[in-house]
Design a binder for this molecule. Structure first.
Ligand code: ADP
Length: 375
């Protein structure tokens, strides 16, 4: 029973009250015996000298006893009253404190059972109000995570269903002899399988970056060679898209040196440039600009392509978001490339933003990385 906070509070309060009452009783005894009686005794003696000495002595003793008895009774009743009041007030106090705590216990139990809409009423006491407010914030965060989890499952199954349906269609066509068993059937089947593989790879990367599980190998390195390397890698796509060779601008005399992970930086650049290639029609131009603005390097990928409507800009970095669902899916985009890029840039201590003047006005993606400290 004493393990319960309720009885500990009651016990604590009662101990204080009982100690106080005992002290009052002891002090009364001491005071009535030593201090107070002397002047009274002296007064009574003076009175007795005037009359019968023996009778006066007896009268003094009775008077003193009465005096002591009266004070003791008064203090005893007072102390008893204090104990009773202490008992009920500590019970009321314990209840007052425990009610919100009990609510907290049952609400957290309900949340543990998956009821994320559970919220606590805010109690009057400031400490308990803070606890309740923090609890409600936690419940809110859990509800958001749960909603994101449900959306994620929905998105993943939707993304997987499309290539699977198409694969089943091809296979049934082959079995029924509707489709010829040759390159013309296997090539699109292969493309669908590649799309599924890309999606699964992207999902794995996404889960690792979101969990902060990618081991970054940060070191100082010059950005220019990394950009060149990514552009060389993308040369076949640039040529196929009849896009003007990306121009590399570098401001100032010295090369921009950042402190980040070169491979992850290349991955982000690859994603931004692949998007630029994908969304820019033939004869367009893609530009990469490097600028240092202490304490960050700004890397901008600019294209003269399809552009992005203003309303879509705030959602670009969300998982599975695509401006034009059907077109992006046909071109092989999973809609998580930018989400991965943002997490990678964040992990390296930078940020990423997107700008566009609107449809067909081109797009500009800029990400920042911390500049390496001067040697
Ligand atoms: P995806 O793999 O579909 O390209 P991303 O996360 O990389 O996924 O991009 C999300 C969406 O942002 C794209 O589907 C596209 O609608 C839009 N987007 C990204 N880059 C560009 C760009 N350079 N020009 C126009 N739209 C873009």
């Amino acid at each position: 029973m004493w393990r319960q906070l309720k009885w500990r509070i009651v016990g604590g309060n009662m101990a204080v009250v009982i100690a106080g009452a005992t002290l009052v009783l002891v002090m009364t005894q001491l005071v009535t015996r030593r201090v107070v009686p002397e002047p009274i005794v002296a007064g009574l003696r003076a009175l007795a000298e005037a009359s019968d000495a023996l009778g006066a002595e007896a009268a003094t003793a009775v008077l003193l006893e009465t005096f002591r008895g009266t004070i003791l009774t008064a203090v005893f009743v007072g102390a008893l009253g204090a104990i009773v009041v202490g008992w009920f007030s500590s019970l009321a106090l314990a209840r007052h404190i425990l009610r919100p705590l009990n609510q907290l216990a049952s609400s957290s139990q309900r949340i543990a059972n998956g009821r994320y809409d559970e919220r606590l009423p805010i109690p009057a006491s400031s400490e308990l109000a803070t606890v309740a407010a923090h609890f409600n914030q936690m419940a809110e965060a859990l509800a958001t995570i749960e909603a994101q989890r449900i959306t994620l499952i929905g998105n993943v199954s939707h993304e997987l269903r499309t290539p699977l349906t198409s694969m089943i269609g091809y296979l049934e066509g082959l079995m029924d002899g509707v489709f010829p068993s040759g390159q013309e059937t296997y090539a699109p089947m292969h493309a669908e399988m590649k799309r599924m593989q890309r999606l699964v790879d992207d999902l794995q990367t996404l889960s690792r970056v979101e969990a902060g599980e990618i081991g970054l190998k940060k070191r100082p390195f010059a950005l220019y060679p990394v950009v060149e390397q990514v552009l060389t890698q993308l040369q076949p796509q640039l040529t196929a898209g009849q896009l003007q060779t990306a121009v590399l601008e570098e401001e100032g005399e010295t090369a921009v040196v950042v402190h980040a992970d070169p491979d992850r930086t290349a991955q982000v650049l690859l994603n931004l440039l692949s998007n630029a290639i994908r969304y820019t029609p033939p004869h367009g131009t893609i530009t990469v600009a490097l600028r240092s603005h202490h304490p960050f390097a700004h890397i901008t990928v600019h294209d003269t392509g399809s552009g992005i409507p203003e309303a879509a800009l705030p959602f670009l970095f969300e998982r599975f978001y695509r401006v034009d669902q059907s077109r992006a899916r046909k071109s092989g985009g999973s809609g998580i490339g930018l989400t991965i890029s943002r997490h990678l840039v964040w992990a390296m201590g930078g940020d990423i933003t997107a700008h566009s003047a609107g449809p067909n006005q081109g797009s500009r993606f800029t990400f920042t990385l911390p500049l390496a400290a001067e040697p």
